[in-house]
Design a protein around this ligand. Structure first.
Ligand SMILES: [Zn+2]
Length: 191
């Protein structure tokens, strides 16, 4: 069951649900969600994130999501998103999996159109936030997944002291020469 808490009215209500690919993750009207100061909290299984899968060593587990609608200090509709949990990534040094703690917090300002996004050199532009164009049917999971993908390390690796790899994974495949040497050695032992 997915509930949205309306902090303005103090009411809880059932969110509209998407079917199929994102069961149990609501679709929101982004301007309404911000203006009514609504709040969404849930624990979403990793399997629900279709684009994230290719980066994961294991899709077991879940992430805790909090999306808060609010009005920012200058009166603009805004979101605050927090995503927390643990991902199992593949170490690029040793190719073993390791646990990567994810703790992402992001702020957004909702604008009514692309044209309303302030240009990066204007005074109005705030580089601490992302600008989102308002949608009447915004799947929360898409916003969450974008933010997770941005937070992933480019080359995930164990901490130096926890890694069993040499940093030369791609060179560890035996060369034809080494295989031949092994073959000869084995042969001479058998002789
Ligand atoms: Zn490693």
């Amino acid at each position: 069951m997915v509930l949205i808490f309306d902090r303005g009215t103090g009411k809880l209500y059932h969110a509209r649900l998407m079917t199929a690919q994102a069961i149990n993750v609501p679709v929101i009207n982004s301007l309404d969600f911000a203006r009514k100061a609504q709040e969404f909290r849930d624990i979403i299984p990793l399997l629900r994130f279709s684009r994230l899968g290719e980066y994961l060593a294991d899709t077991d587990g879940a992430l805790e999501i909090t999306l808060i609608g609010k009005t920012d200090m200058s009166g603009k509709p805004a979101f605050h998103l927090v995503v927390q949990g643990v991902l199992k990534l593949v170490c690029q040094r040793c190719l073993d999996s390791f646990e990567y703690p994810l703790d992402v917090a992001a702020d957004y300002v909702i604008v009514t159109s692309e044209n309303a996004i302030p240009s990066p050199d204007s005074d109005e532009y705030d580089d601490e936030v992302d600008y989102l164009v308002a949608e009447t049917q915004m799947p929360v999971i898409d916003l969450v997944e974008d933010e997770i993908l941005l937070a992933l390390p480019l080359a995930p690796k164990h901490a130096e002291n926890e890694c069993g790899g040499t940093g030369r994974v791609e060179l560890e495949k035996p060369s034809p020469f080494a295989v031949l040497k092994g073959f000869k050695a084995g042969k001479s032992q058998n002789d």
